[in-house]
Design a protein around this ligand. Structure first.
Ligand code: DAU
Length: 314
């Protein structure tokens, strides 16, 4: 709830805590709030967790998407024609559905075949297929976006970038899986959010749009960059650690680790006039500064107390 503090007082904001698999609750929420657009961002999203326990990924990502589609279809069928024309179900997905590019120069386009590697990406691929089927079979007006790796404020510290920042500040090891030469295409979270609005408001029904930052980097380069910004903004006081880079530790590789992801985002640029505003250089600096300025937020995530925060002001 602390992530939402800045908008708590906004009269256009309402929060409902519900499980997307709970069709009774979802039906009530649709009827009560009468949405024009549904943006479906609810997912189990961490690859390592999906390897440790795939069950929740199957349940939330596949069954949850099915329930949301069904409740949307029910709600949509009861709308008057004008509202029907405006309604959109926007499914937010990942570039991981396309699989691993290996050491090639190829980019993922909207036409790349699906080839997911992990239980997480397989569950997201499955949910994408459900969304396309509901559009084709039931004429539900859907849109799909597949985005590359996000980073920025408020990211849960299981993901690479916040994990490295917080581990460094705590003097803990910075674990690099395998040789650290895997490549990801990094996009600042605000750029992703703007892209989602472009698609939800102006995208063509039934279409898919890839979203990416053209910021391909090796994991080891990302971690060294974080260390150098931290060395500058918050020099280490840890004994024997003159630079945070000294904390880098190579560990066993992730099982089935995808070597490279890279997005061709030319469709959303050409058709919807979207461009990322941040370079990796500007975005990562803002991100490191945000984690330095918001230690209470990350403390509450790390000690688990965020889960029992009261739903105040709602
Ligand atoms: O491509 C989009 C996807 O990006 C999203 O769909 C996923 O929800 C999101 O988790 C992310 O997947 P990745 O597996 O690429 O992100 P993650 O932050 O877990 O890892 C990024 C890279 O860093 C990956 O090659 C694994 C590596 N890594 C990760 C962690 C957590 C490490 O070397 N050490 C680590 O401790």
């Amino acid at each position: 709830m602390e992530s939402l503090e800045s908008i708590e007082g906004n009269e256009r904001y309402v929060f409902e805590r519900a499980d997307i698999c709970n069709n009774i609750e979802i039906r009530r929420i649709f009827n009560q709030h009468q949405p024009d657009v549904v943006m479906h961002l609810a997912a189990e999203s961490h690859v390592d967790r999906s390897i440790e326990g795939p069950g929740e990924f199957i349940q939330t990502n596949i069954m949850g998407t099915y329930q949301l589609l069904e409740q949307s279809r029910l709600y949509y069928s009861g709308l008057e024609d004008r509202k029907k024309g405006e309604f959109r179900f926007h499914h937010i997905s990942t570039d991981e559905v396309y699989g691993d590019l290996g050491a090639t120069e190829i980019l993922f386009t909207e036409k790349t075949s699906y080839d997911p590697s992990s239980p997480y990406s397989a569950s997201k691929a499955s949910s994408d297929h459900l969304v396309r089927a509901w559009q084709r079979t039931f004429n539900l007006p859907t849109l799909i976006t597949n985005c590359s790796n996000n980073y920025g404020p408020y990211q849960f510290p299981e993901k690479l970038i916040p994990l490295m920042i917080l581990n460094a500040l705590e003097g803990r090891e910075l674990p690099i899986y395998g040789d650290g030469n895997q490549i990801r295409d990094w996009l600042y979270v605000d750029d992703h959010a703007r892209a989602l609005l472009h698609v939800a408001l102006s995208g063509e029904v039934g279409e898919t749009y890839n979203i990416g930052g053209h910021n391909e980097m090796k994991n080891i380069e990302v971690i060294k960059k974080i260390c150098s910004i931290l060395d500058e903004l918050c020099p280490s006081k840890i004994k024997g650690v003159t630079s945070y880079e000294k904390l880098i530790t190579y560990v066993d590789d992730r099982v089935g680790h995808d070597v490279r992801y890279a997005i061709d985002a030319s469709k959303i640029k050409t058709e919807l006039n979207w461009m990322p505003h941040e370079t990796f250089e500007t975005g990562i600096r803002k991100t490191v500064q945000w984690y330095l300025d918001n230690r209470t937020w990350s403390d509450h995530v790390q000690d688990g107390s965020y889960q029992s925060q009261k739903l105040e002001g709602i």
